[in-house]
Design a protein around this ligand. Structure first.
Ligand code: SF4
Length: 157
């Protein structure tokens, strides 16, 4: 089950997209120095299909992408909802704190087009954000040739 704390329209998290970011709770990672420890709690509203569609409905003319920020407590539900959002014609992204994806990046699973963008990796303060040259985090883009590492897009800014 996914629960949502809040949502925002953001411009930096997914390059070249206007993104509706869904801030999900129940984060299992407990990263030292976490920027949002309130997202650790089992709190917020259950993210049902209906709630997600109603939030998207408010912004559908303004956004090009929907990003799941967290959701590592229920990765299958993230993928299920991402698939539904993708079917509506939006780009889909997932900011996961996991180091590994739920399916290998070369898995046939991804050919279903559930996700367009995937950020992997927990917050490690000394390694920095996606913009930092020594970051542990990776940002992947799904292409017709499969996933490619496009973390470099953040360093050009
Ligand atoms: S994954 Fe993000 S929200 Fe979760 S503990 Fe780490 S920094 Fe905080």
């Amino acid at each position: 089950m996914l629960k949502i704390d809040s949502y925002d329209i953001v411009f930096q998290e997914v390059p070249n997209q206007t993104t509706l970011a869904l801030n999900l709770t129940c984060c299992p990672h407990r990263c030292p120095g976490c920027h949002s420890p309130h997202l650790w709690a089992d709190a917020g509203e259950v993210l049902t299909d209906e709630l997600l569609l109603s939030i998207i409905g408010k912004y559908r003319s303004a956004i090009t992408c929907v990003c799941f920020m967290g959701g590592d407590n229920d990765t299958e539900r993230v993928l299920e909802l991402a698939g539904k959002v993708h079917a509506l014609g939006f780009k889909t992204a997932w900011y996961s704190g996991n180091t590994e994806p739920p399916y290998p990046l070369d898995s046939e699973f991804w050919k279903s087009g559930v996700l367009d963008y995937l950020k992997l990796g927990p917050w490690i303060a000394e390694r920095g954000t996606l913009k930092a040259p020594d970051t542990n985090q990776r940002f992947y883009t799904c292409t017709s040739q499969g996933w490619i590492d496009t973390t470099f897009l953040f360093r050009k800014k």
